[in-house]
Each structure stands twice: as C-alpha cells, then as structure tokens.
Design a protein. Structure first.
Lengths: 153, 294
C-alpha cells in the first residue's frame, strides 16, 4: 500500500538557479513537458544544492498584475494597446530570485499522504517539494495525489 | 464640521485585504523579494496569530543598505515598531488625519478586540475610491461627451495640487548621494535631469532596493540605474487625467511640465490626489470640498 510522499512523488524535475534571468525560466515554462506533464512550478536551488524557493506560474502572473488594477474597473476607455507589452517587457530585467516564493512549504519522503493532502488543501498549493537531508529529491503533484486516491475508490 | 467626498465612508470601504507578513527573523533579502513581488511599499512583521510587531518599508531597507547591513540581516533589526493601526469601521477621514499626524503612508486595520488584521489602507486605495466616485458622477470628465457642458465645470488642475519642489540629480551623480537625497525627502523617487533641467530618468526607492539585492555598490551612477523615459503630464491637465495616467502606467507619481519640451516644474502623486479628499472637480457643492494642505 502506498502511504507516503515517496510513493507518489516524481523524481525527475527541473530546477533553476536564483541568479538565472527570468527569461530562462520562461523558456522552460514555454517548452517543457516532463513525463507528459506541463510544468507550472520549478524548484530554485542555490549553488550548495539547497532549495531556496519555488518559481511558479502564479508568481509570474502576480508580477504581471498591475499595481492599481482594482481601479481599472472604473475606467471605461482603457487603451489596451501596449499595456501587456509593457508589463511583459519589465519581466526581462528580473532574475528568478527576485520574484520566486522564498518561503516554501516542503515535505519529506516519509510524510504520510494524508498529511501531504492536508498541507495542499490548507495552503492552496498544487505541488510540494520533497526534501531529504536538505536536498530536493522529488516533487508531489496534486494531480498524482488525486489519481492515487481515486484509483482506490 | 466641513464635509468632503469621503465623509461617512469607512476604512473597510477602501482597504485592501491582501496582507503579507514576515517573521521577525526573516531576512532583508526576503523582505525585498516580497516588496517586489507584491508591488507594495511596506510589509508587516510579526508572528502568526499574534499582534504584528512592526513594519519594514523600502525607506528602512534603503537605510539598511546605506548603513552597511548585509541582506541576511533579520527584518526585526530594521523594522519600525509598533505599526500604526486603525479599525475597519473607523471613518476614512479619521484614518487620513491619523496618517497625516503621524506622517505615515499606510495604516493597518485591526479587528477590535483581536489580533486579526483585516486589511491595509494606503493613499492609492483612497484614490481608487475617489476615482470610483468621479467615474460614477455624471459630471465626471470621462462621462462628458458635450464639450460645452464640460467647459462649465471647474476642475482641479494638476498645478493646484502638485508639489513644486522636485528633488533631482544628474546622470553622473553617485548612488550614494541619490540615497542620501531620497532619505531626506518625503518622495519615493528622484528625478534625473540634464543641465537644462530636462527630464532624463527617474530613480525610485524600488530601484534602490533592487540594486541592494543585486549586489551593486554605492559608486554606480544615477544614469546607469535610472528608469526612462520619464512619465509626464502638463500643469493644466485635469487631476483626473493625471490619476488615470498613473493608474494605467502602474506608477505612484508623475512629473509635471508646463508645456512640451520644457523643464520639470513639479510632481504629482497618488498621495497628493488622496489628500485632496474630494472628487477631481468642483461639481461637488462647494461646502463639501476641502483641499487638505500639508
């Protein structure tokens, strides 16, 4: 019976360096599929091999979101032209470490799957890095967890 | 008591609910990451489920760099403590008075009798509310199609509320001097101008914290790190037009020129617009208008 994170985690995953330009991350997001899975979140590993953050699709979209967008609903004649280009152009000046999520939640290979599920639900995360002795050894995806549970119904 | 457009409105009507909090032992580097990511100027510091202990702003971070502190320094070493709170049901007028009296740019809304923070109120949030007010008013500038009717409405113009004293430097000014100027002024950005005082670029506190994070040193010149071109508006533009420009360009301030290809004569910020405490025209009955001077 599979019961812990190591039983559902994938062990092939992409990583990024915090000093890499954000354009490198975008290339991975644009082109990568790993084991048939489109990548939406990548672990960020420093030169000592320790995980220092996670860069996800959400981080990038959050960065693109204009600061005062709440007020936009009151503007009827927004000149759309150039707004998206300006927002995306800004991204090119940044590094992975600038906009990654630095405080990440992780599990160990021995964390029980119900605990993994509990963390994902409470923290609204779709993927959790699996860390063993300070080193990233895998990633648990919510989709794999879901499949694992429904196969037992 | 003088009434204004905000009279009767409460903090909860304008505050933002997205709240980020750092742990006191989190590093300055972590604080900069969150400030960049969430496009905010300050961040609360505290422990989960406890009353927040302090606030770290871009100004504090700039000061930390100037003092030679490393990026790994815990934020508790540089935070301002305690944060200033208001209640979600306090009036916006009283919140603005508190901000003005204490010379702060934001207040945290604390649920009475608890440690729960409901939201944060900053000047741009108040501008958002005022903009909403104007856009729903049939006298609003963007609701007017008939030029003749529009001309009869006396509108606040940029030159009426802009700040005329603009801090500036030259392209060869060292970052160390830029930081000193920014530190001593209430503005979040400094203009980089040429010998004729024509605008060449802008350096904001965000740019400075960005340099700190990227390991630049204080001997880099203003010309190397400034953002350009400079966003501009005209002295005689209606305030509402300047606000719209700031909102769409994701800026907090915009520099003012009297005419095309002229030197900068002032700067207008969302903070200035919030301090107006009124819609952007005199269509409100005069007794409800109050221009809030410094």
């Amino acid at each position: 019976m599979k019961t812990t994170a190591k039983d559902v985690m994938v062990t092939r995953f992409k990583t990024l360096n915090p000093d890499s330009p954000i354009t490198k991350a975008l290339e991975i997001f644009k082109s990568s599929k790993l084991d048939g899975k489109t990548i939406f979140g990548i672990m960020v590993i420093d030169k000592d091999g320790s995980i220092v953050g996670m860069l996800s699709m959400y981080d990038i979209l959050l960065f693109l979101l204009p600061k005062h967008v709440k007020i936009w609903g009151n503007i009827s004649d927004i000149e759309i032209e150039g707004i998206i280009e300006r927002a995306t152009a800004k991204l090119k000046n940044y590094f992975v470490g600038d906009i990654m999520t630095p405080k990440i939640i992780s599990v160990t290979p021995d964390t029980h799957l119900m605990m993994v599920l509990d963390i994902m639900m409470k923290k609204h995360v779709r993927r959790l890095p699996v860390i063993s002795n300070g080193e990233a050894v895998g990633m648990v995806y919510i989709s794999d967890l879901f499949k694992h549970f429904i196969e037992r119904v | 008591m003088v009434k204004d457009t905000l009279t009767g409105l409460k903090v909860r009507h304008a505050m933002r609910k997205q709240l980020i909090m750092l742990d006191p032992v989190d590093s300055i580097d972590c604080a900069i990451q969150y400030l960049i990511k969430y496009k905010i100027n300050a961040i609360l510091v505290g422990k989960d489920s406890e009353k927040p202990l302090g606030v770290v702003s871009k100004t504090d971070i700039m000061g930390a760099w100037y003092s030679g502190l490393s990026l790994s320094t815990p934020v508790e070493m540089i935070m301002n403590s305690p944060p200033l709170f208001c209640g979600p049901d306090d009036t916006l007028d009283s919140a603005l008075d508190t901000m003005k009296a204490n010379k702060v740019y934001r207040l945290y809304a604390l649920e009475p009798g608890s440690n729960t923070i409901d939201g944060v109120l900053a000047y741009p949030d108040i501008v958002g509310l005022l903009y909403h007010y104007c856009s729903n008013c049939n006298q609003g500038i963007f609701n007017k199609s008939d030029e003749m009717v529009q001309d009869r409405v006396k509108r606040y113009k940029v030159h009426e509320i802009m700040t005329k004293q603009v801090e500036s430097c030259k392209e060869d000014t060292l970052l160390e001097s830029v930081v000193e100027i920014l530190w001593g002024s209430r503005f979040g950005a400094i203009l980089v101008s040429d010998d004729k005082n024509y605008p060449k670029g802008v350096i904001s506190k965000t740019d400075v914290t960005f340099c700190y994070r990227h390991g630049d040193d204080m001997t880099v010149t203003a010309g190397k790190i400034m953002s350009s071109p400079v966003a501009l508006c005209y002295e005689h533009d209606p305030v509402e037009k300047a606000i719209k420009s700031m909102i769409l360009k994701d800026l907090h301030r915009i520099f003012v020129i009297p005419k095309k290809h002229a030197a900068v004569s002032g700067v207008i910020s969302l903070t200035d617009a919030a301090r107006l405490r009124s819609g952007s025209c005199h269509a409100c009955i005069s007794s409800r208008i109050r221009v809030d001077d410094d």
